[in-house]
Design a protein around this ligand. Structure first.
Ligand code: HEM
Length: 418
């Protein structure tokens, strides 16, 4: 029987993922929600939060009822000053993460060809070389902020190299990308959002120029490949579509893997016995990455919009209701994972996590994200002997509603003798 919708029942959960305590450790609140109110409404964000593994899986299996439109935008309406700046740029065309079938299917086929796992695997040696080159810069110092000196640069340069973005532009792109992330959460004062909107327009113009250049002078890079990729029965990609895709790939291609490298290293450094196992048997880095994805999901949750009045788990959801699927909570659901808060390299079902999504929106960059994170962990453990967390630091996460990542990660090691 459909439970009568009584909003007051759902409004007493003190949910504010940007509150410093919840930001640092959201997991007890997720656990409480899974027990007491697995789907709850936040009046602050106007969003329903879905916290149990099975409920999320049910939603992911029905993309026609739960649309991915604006799936990474917590806020979709901005102040007129912000909208005015955005109007100077290009309209955002739904492509992959923010799109639904049948249009999504076309993009997935075309992008899937460009990002095919075998093409990605061919880049392993280049990525390894880059990882070691970055470590060369600080290995003699005995101390480094891995977040800034390594974990952000490796995925950023890698996806940039794939797309054909020169490395000297990366600092600028990182700033635009961080500003776009701010817009996704929308939880910032209007003047900051105006600045962020300007960044997004610059980001668009940058890729528009690059696209024009590649049309005239094709290179051996993924932007050129997106221009030429063809699939029988499908229209080739138009310029605005490639532009939106390039932005999505550039953004998703680094913020996520950066956070995964940091959090997996952080987890290993808190578990010395398992750290030693991975150091002595580097192929176990792949298992460490899976547990990093599960326990500290870099994308804690993305949004779906209900396409028609529906009833889910006894709750009436009018058409247009927005739900954030909390992958980070599902990944610690005791109904699915035994002893869910424990980091365990040898967990039998560790690949069942939802940190890369499931179903039609499964992460197109998963092979690349995993490969570079595995290489990163292997290189760090090989090159920085006796690595430990520096004692004089506190760990803080970036304030975001759609990404989870450490701001800094300072480690020390025994530097090589001169
Ligand atoms: C390793 C770290 C990564 C994590 C944790 C991650 C997480 C995710 C998640 C959770 C989704 C599902 C979205 C949904 O359910 O709506 C997704 C999709 C996606 N990811 Fe990743 N991602 C990672 C790496 C990457 C990389 C390296 C790229 C780019 C090369 C990328 C590009 C994308 C794109 C384009 C989609 C949309 C796919 C679709 O809608 O069909 N991701 N990712």
């Amino acid at each position: 029987m459909v439970q009568q919708f009584d909003r007051s029942q759902y409004e007493d959960v003190e949910w504010n993922p940007l509150d410093p305590h919840q930001l640092e450790n959201p997991y007890p609140l997720y656990a409480r929600a899974r027990q007491e109110r697995p789907i709850f409404f936040s009046p602050t964000f106007g969003i329903w939060y879905v916290t149990r593994y099975e409920d999320i899986m049910q939603i992911l299996r029905q993309p026609e009822l739960f649309s991915s439109a604006n799936s990474f935008m917590v806020t979709t309406e901005f102040a007129p000053e912000v909208e005015a700046v955005l109007a100077e740029g290009y309209p955002i065309v739904p492509t992959l993460v923010d799109n639904d079938p049948p249009s999504h299917t076309r993009f997935k086929k075309l992008v899937g060809k460009v990002f095919a796992p075998n093409r990605v695997r061919e880049k392993a040696d280049e990525i390894r070389e880059l990882a070691h080159m970055l470590i060369d810069d600080f290995v003699d110092e005995g101390r480094a902020d891995i977040a800034w000196q390594f974990a952000y640069l490796l995925p950023m340069y890698t996806i940039g190299d794939f797309l054909g973005v020169p490395r000297e532009d990366m600092k600028m792109i990182k700033q635009w990308s961080d500003d776009w992330l701010l817009m996704m959460s929308g939880a910032a004062p209007t003047d900051e959002l105006v600045g962020a909107a300007h960044s997004l327009v610059r980001f668009q113009n940058y890729f528009k120029d690059m696209l024009e250049d590649r049309r005239a002078n094709p290179q051996d890079d993924y932007i050129s490949a997106l221009i030429t990729v063809r699939e029988e029965g499908e229209e080739p990609l138009a310029d605005l579509e490639i532009l939106c895709l390039a932005l999505q790939l550039m953004f998703a291609g680094h913020e996520t893997a950066t956070n995964l490298i940091n959090s997996t290293l952080w987890l290993l450094l808190h578990h010395p016995e398992q750290y030693a196992e991975v150091r002595d048997k580097p192929e176990l880095a792949a298992e460490a990455i899976e547990e990093g994805l599960r326990l500290e999901s870099p994308v804690p949750g993305l949004i779906r919009t209900v396409t028609q009045d529906t009833e889910f788990d006894g709750i009436f959801l009018p058409k247009g209701s927005r739900l954030q699927l909390m992958y980070a909570s599902a990944n610690r659901d005791a109904e699915k994972f035994e002893d869910p808060d424990t980091f365990d390299l040898h967990r039998a079902n560790k690949y069942d996590h939802l940190a890369l999504g499931k179903g039609i929106h499964y992460c197109v960059g998963a092979p690349l994200g995993k490969l570079e994170s595995i290489i990163a962990i292997q290189a760090l453990l090989e090159r920085l002997p006796n690595m430990r967390l520096a004692a004089d630091q506190t760990f803080e996460h970036q304030p975001s509603l759609v990404m989870r990542g450490l701001k800094n990660l300072i480690v020390e090691w025994d530097p090589p003798q001169a």
